[in-house]
Design a protein around this ligand. Structure first.
Ligand SMILES: C[S@@+](CC[C@H](N)C(=O)[O-])C[C@H]1O[C@@H](n2cnc3c(N)ncnc32)[C@H](O)[C@@H]1O
Length: 265
C-alpha cells in the first residue's frame, strides 16, 4: 500500500491538515481563473441535476463555485470521513442549491442505487483508493445513462520543485498523488470504464514567497508529519537553500487537470 492509500482516517479526521496544503495553493497560485471556478465553468451540468460528490472533503468546491453553477442542483456530499461530510453539509446548506444531503461512504462501495445521479464528481480523491478502477466502476454504476463523471488529479510533474525538497524524508521527488493516480492513469482507467474521456489542464503556476508555508504544507502528511527533530531541521535547511537560490522566491510548476467521461445513453 502506498502512503497515500493508507493512514487517511488520521489525515482527514477533519479539514486542518488539508487546509495547510490548500493554503499554499490559495496564497501563491498565479492563474487567470482560480481552480474551483475553472472546473465549474467546464462542467456541462443542467439546472436541477442531481450531483454526487465522492470524497467531497470540506465542500470547498461548492462554496467557491456555487455562483458559476446552474441553478437548483440537488447535491449529495459523501466522504469516508464523517467529519468532512458534516463540515461540507454545514458549508453548502446555506448556498443556492435546491437540496443538500450528506452521506458517509467509501468510494469503493457506494451506498446508492444504480443510475441514481445525473453527474458524479471525484476531485483529487481517486489516488486514495487501493483500486481506483473499482471506484470508477462504482461511479459508473450510480450514474444514469447519459450522465457525466468529472475527475480531477495531478500530473507527474506537478510541483516538482517542492517535492524535490521532500527527498530529505526519503520520499521520491514527486507528487504522491500523481505517483498513485496521474494523468495517464486517469485517462486509461476512465476510457476503459466509459469508452470516452476529455481532459483539460488548469493553466496555473505558483510563486511562493514564505518558506514557512512550504514547511507546514509538506509536513502535513506522511512521512513529513512524523519526522524527527534532526530530519525537520535538515528539511528547513533544504527549504532555505531553495529560496536562497531563487533570491527569496520559489517558482513552482503546477499540473492539475480535469477529466470528463460520459456514460453512453
Ligand atoms: C484531497 S481531499 C479532496 C477533497 C475535495 N474533493 C476537494 O477537491 O477539495 C481527499 C478526500 O477524499 C476522501 N477519501 C479518501 N479515501 C476515500 C474513500 N475511500 N472514499 C471516499 N472518500 C475518501 C478524504 O477523506 C478527503 O476528504
Amino acid at each position: 500500500m502506498s502512503p497515500i492509500t493508507s493512514g487517511n482516517a488520521e489525515q482527514y479526521r477533519d479539514s486542518r491538515k488539508l487546509a495547510a496544503r490548500a493554503r499554499l495553493h490559495t496564497e501563491y497560485t498565479i492563474a487567470e481563473i482560480d481552480w474551483f471556478p475553472w472546473i465549474a465553468r467546464q462542467l456541462p451540468l443542467d439546472a436541477k441535476a442531481s450531483v454526487l460528490d465522492v470524497g467531497c472533503g470540506p465542500g470547498w468546491f461548492w462554496a467557491a463555485a456555487a455562483a458559476a453553477l446552474p441553478e437548483d442542483l440537488h447535491l449529495t456530499l459523501s466522504d469516508l470521513s464523517p467529519a468532512m461530510v458534516r463540515e461540507a453539509v454545514e458549508r453548502c446548506e446555506p448556498l443556492r442549491f435546491a437540496s443538500v444531503n450528506g452521506r458517509q461512504a467509501d468510494a469503493a462501495a457506494l451506498p446508492f442505487k444504480d443510475a441514481s445521479f445525473d453527474a458524479v464528481m471525484a476531485m483529487h480523491m481517486l489516488y486514495h483508493l487501493p483500486d481506483p478502477a473499482q471506484g470508477l466502476a462504482e461511479m459508473y454504476r450510480v450514474l444514469r445513462p447519459g450522465g457525466l463523471l468529472a475527475v480531477t488529479t495531478n500530473g507527474a510533474g506537478n510541483r516538482r520543485e517542492l517535492y524535490a525538497l521532500t527527498t530529505v524524508f526519503g520520499s521520491p521527488p514527486a507528487d504522491p498523488a500523481a505517483v498513485a493516480f496521474r494523468y495517464d492513469t486517469a485517462e486509461r482507467c476512465m476510457r476503459a470504464q466509459f469508452g470516452n474521456v476529455h481532459m483539460a489542464q488548469h493553466p496555473a503556476r505558483m510563486r511562493v514567497t514564505e518558506p514557512e508555508d512550504v514547511f507546514l504544507a509538506l509536513t502535513s502528511y506522511p512521512p513529513g508529519d512524523r519526522a524527527d527533530e534532526a530530519t525537520l531541521a535538515a528539511f528547513r535547511d533544504a527549504i532555505a537553500d531553495a529560496f536562497r537560490a531563487g533570491s527569496g522566491v520559489l517558482e513552482v510548476s503546477k499540473e492539475s487537470g480535469l477529466f470528463i467521461s460520459r456514460k453512453t445513453a
